[in-house]
Design a protein around this ligand. Structure first.
Ligand SMILES: [Fe+2]
Ligand SMILES: [Fe+2]
Length: 294
């Protein structure tokens, strides 16, 4: 199919699964030795970066439960057997991520980084949101599709530059590599469900703008809360480390800016970023058998 033909088809909505053949969306059962976490500031003793990863981890259990629920709303209407199969895999993968992040959050709380309190805070906010009239199935699914785009491009950043996680304690690093790889595997599932059933890509773009702001503000507020509760002010070296991690030449924001914007191109599909090689890279280089039980 030519690019323009595909664009036309996609903007009008497409049906069925478009994840490349060979990419399996299947959960792996993993265990991580979080009990070995020693310090509260588990990212190279950097207070801000440790708070960033703890804030991120706190959002996964309630966030991913909502992703699952928003896709489940449409499950009965999907007829493509492959997409149905991928929905099952998506639910399984996100369920496992939630479960492992919950365990990590418990340990972080014991170390003085109360990610569990933040988890409950987000859960209350989601519950309140779901009471509102505008929390329609379409809006909820579009939010999930937007967040899946964000997680997929962050996952790509991490697996492309695995050394950025080197200063993390090993169990958290292994958790994030595994989570990243599965985010890549299932990155198109919610998108394909949306395009199959709703098909309005303009609406997706509008909602991505909104979720980007909501997500960024929430993470920033959660970092402030974690700092406040731990009664430690960030030092200048912490600020510099965070800045480098985000905006340095190999920084996260510097890396994801381009792929983020691709979402706004007419006819965009998550697999326009063909990063299947990163799945193999994890399997062959980054995965530590000692910590896996797949
Ligand atoms: Fe996930
Ligand atoms: Fe996901």
């Amino acid at each position: 199919m030519t690019a323009s033909a595909r664009t036309q088809r996609v903007t009008a909505g497409h049906s069925g699964a478009r994840t490349p053949a060979g990419v399996q969306v299947q959960p792996r059962k993993m265990e991580f030795a979080f009990s070995q976490l020693q310090g509260r500031f588990f990212y190279d003793n950097n207070r801000l970066l440790s708070a960033f990863f703890a804030a991120l981890s706190s959002t996964f259990p309630p966030g991913e439960a909502e992703f699952i629920a928003s896709v489940r709303n449409y499950r009965g209407r999907i007829t493509d057997p492959l997409l149905k199969e991928q929905i099952r895999g998506f639910i399984g993968q996100e369920g496992h991520h939630s479960h492992q992040h919950k365990k990590a959050n418990q340990v972080l709380r014991e170390l003085g980084m109360d990610a569990v309190r933040l988890e409950h805070h987000l859960q209350r906010d989601i519950d309140r949101f779901l009471q509102r009239r505008h929390a329609t199935p379409r809006f909820r699914l579009a939010m999930t599709v937007g967040m899946e785009h964000m997680t997929a491009i962050m996952a790509e950043f991490v697996l492309h530059n695995p050394e950025v996680l080197a200063p993390l304690e090993a169990s958290v690093r292994d958790l994030l590599y595994w989570h990243a790889v599965e985010e890549i595997e299932h990155k198109a599932v919610a998108f394909d469900v949306y395009m199959d059933q709703e098909g309005d890509q303009k609406y997706l773009r509008k909602v991505l703008r909104l979720v980007t702001v909501l997500f960024t503000v929430r993470i920033a507020c959660y970092m402030v809360a974690l700092m406040w509760w731990s009664r430690k002010l960030p030092r200048w070296s912490d600020v510099k480390g965070l800045w480098r991690f985000m905006f340095g030449a190999k920084g996260m924001i510097s890396h994801i800016r381009g792929p983020y914007r691709d979402y706004f191109k007419p006819g965009f599909h998550p697999w326009d970023h063909d990063n299947r090689a990163l799945i193999d890279k994890w399997q062959n280089e980054l995965r530590r058998d000692a910590n896996s039980a797949a």
